[in-house]
Design a protein around this ligand. Structure first.
Ligand code: FAS
Ligand code: PHB
Length: 389
């Protein structure tokens, strides 16, 4: 078969790219190794920047997001028992939207099904070929049958563990990585949130985050050791540990209940450079990973797709290769800003077992500067709501 753009991966990056290309009359196919239900079962991001909101609108998948998403004017930081609020609207004139990645993925899947664009789920053994030439191909197996897709371009939207980045010869790619000595134990529950806004918690027992998906569904995270076993964390133990890290007001408002999802995610910073290899383009987690402390992962995928979709549209509509030729440098400039911010938020708010007393004092001084200086608070706010393009 033949198409113009072959997209590997039906996560937010692949689905969003597919929709934007389809709406501009550019043929594309999405190849996904999991089932739709499996993709939807992964509980991930919760906060989206205006750039992602605008792209979902452009993709024709924003209606439910505007109806059900929660506009947040700010966030709270609870440090050593004292709350501080970062007022996004006052400091930047912008806000963020709380709307889960699961719902974004569901809305994009429904939009794609409605327009009849082809997606193939449960594919096996996807392989990429001749992307260093002018006639790239993708091969895959489905229900025992081999298929080859001839295309003009391949978009590797297959996440950190995908095949796309690994298909690039090692001497053509450079990677940068920092692995953190802890993970996040996340819990999703159909209980009302403890606060109208997110609360990022710095505590001697470890970081915690009180987030939400709706007025009746909460998402909590606890910093935990990478050696932790999820089976050693029954709900009661999670709630008890969370309580110890909260202040009195949050403890009094905390409504506990049965978890509907519970998982441990490792934290890493990772960037692969460049993000283009001939006719293969990487977007989203396939090219970079950030620790979720800055709520940037999904939003970076969206900004990559903004650059990449425009590059393909310019190529097909105006026969211009400028967008394609500058995709990697443009995307990476934004990626590294998000990498720095996510690293900074993570180092400022988590406990590092190996940290010396001096390092701990620096951490507290960093936070105090944010709490006392409007300039420092604005610097945090403008990164959190998303830097302008
Ligand atoms: P994804 O990983 O979402 O999607 C890639 C898709 O490609 C998957 O569906 C996968 O099945 C498919 N695929 C992989 N290999 C393939 C192959 N060989 N063939 C075909 N398909 C293949 N971000 C935040 O902002 N906040 C958070 O709280 C947060 N929490 C996270 C928790 C976890 C455990 C993880 C892993 C990530 C988290 N993230 C968070 C980041 C996350 O939201 C990503 O940034 C986001 O999913 C990126 O989307 P994609 O780039 O589409 O990659
Ligand atoms: C979430 O709601 O899952 C969430 C929100 C903000 C973050 C990380 C995760 O920084």
């Amino acid at each position: 078969m033949r198409t113009q753009v072959a997209i590997i991966g039906a996560g937010p990056a692949g689905l969003l790219l597919g929709q934007l290309l389809h709406r501009h009359g550019i043929d594309n196919i999405i190849l996904e190794r999991q089932t739709p239900d499996y993709v939807l079962s992964r509980i991930r991001a919760g906060v989206i920047e205006q750039v992602a909101v605008d792209l979902l609108d452009e993709a024709g998948a924003g209606e439910r997001m505007h109806r059900e998403g929660l506009v947040h004017d700010g966030t709270q930081i609870l440090a050593d028992g004292v709350r501080h609020r970062i007022d996004f609207r006052e400091l930047t004139g912008k806000t963020v939207l709380v709307y889960g990645q699961t719902e974004i993925t569901r809305d994009l899947m429904e939009a794609r099904a409605a327009c009849g664009a082809p997606s193939v789920y449960e594919v096996e053994d996807v392989s990429l070929h001749d992307f260093d030439g002018h006639k790239p191909r993708v091969r895959y197996r489905k229900d025992g049958r081999e298929t080859e897709v001839e295309c003009d371009f391949i978009a590797g939207c297959d996440g950190f563990h995908g095949v796309s980045r690994k298909s690039v010869p090692s001497d053509h790619i450079k990677t940068y990585e920092r692995v953190y000595p802890f993970g996040w134990l996340g819990l999703l529950s159909d209980t009302p949130p403890v606060s109208d806004e997110l609360i990022y918690v710095r505590h001697s027992l470890g970081f915690a985050l009180c987030s939400m998906r709706s007025p009746t569904r909460s998402r909590y995270y606890l910093q935990c050791s990478l050696a932790e076993d999820i089976d050693a964390w029954p709900d009661d133990r999670f709630w008890s540990e969370l309580r110890m890290r909260l202040d009195r007001d949050a403890r009094d408002k905390l409504v506990t209940g049965r978890s509907i999802e519970k998982s441990i995610a490792p934290l890493r910073s990772f960037v692969a450079e460049p993000m283009r290899f001939g006719r293969l383009f990487l977007a989203g987690d396939a090219a970079h990973i950030v620790p979720p402390t800055g709520a940037k992962g999904l939003n970076l995928a969206a900004s990559d797709v903004r650059y990449l979709s425009q590059a393909f549209i310019d190529f097909y509509m105006s026969k211009s290769t400028a967008g394609i030729d500058h995709y990697s440098s443009r995307a990476l400039a934004r990626v590294w800003q998000a990498e720095r911010f996510s690293w900074w938020m993570t180092t400022m708010l988590h406990t590092f077992p190996e940290n010396s007393g001096f390092d701990q004092k620096l951490q507290r001084a960093e936070l105090d500067y944010v709490f006392r200086s409007k300039v420092a608070a604005t610097a945090l706010a403008e990164q959190y709501v998303g830097l302008p393009f």
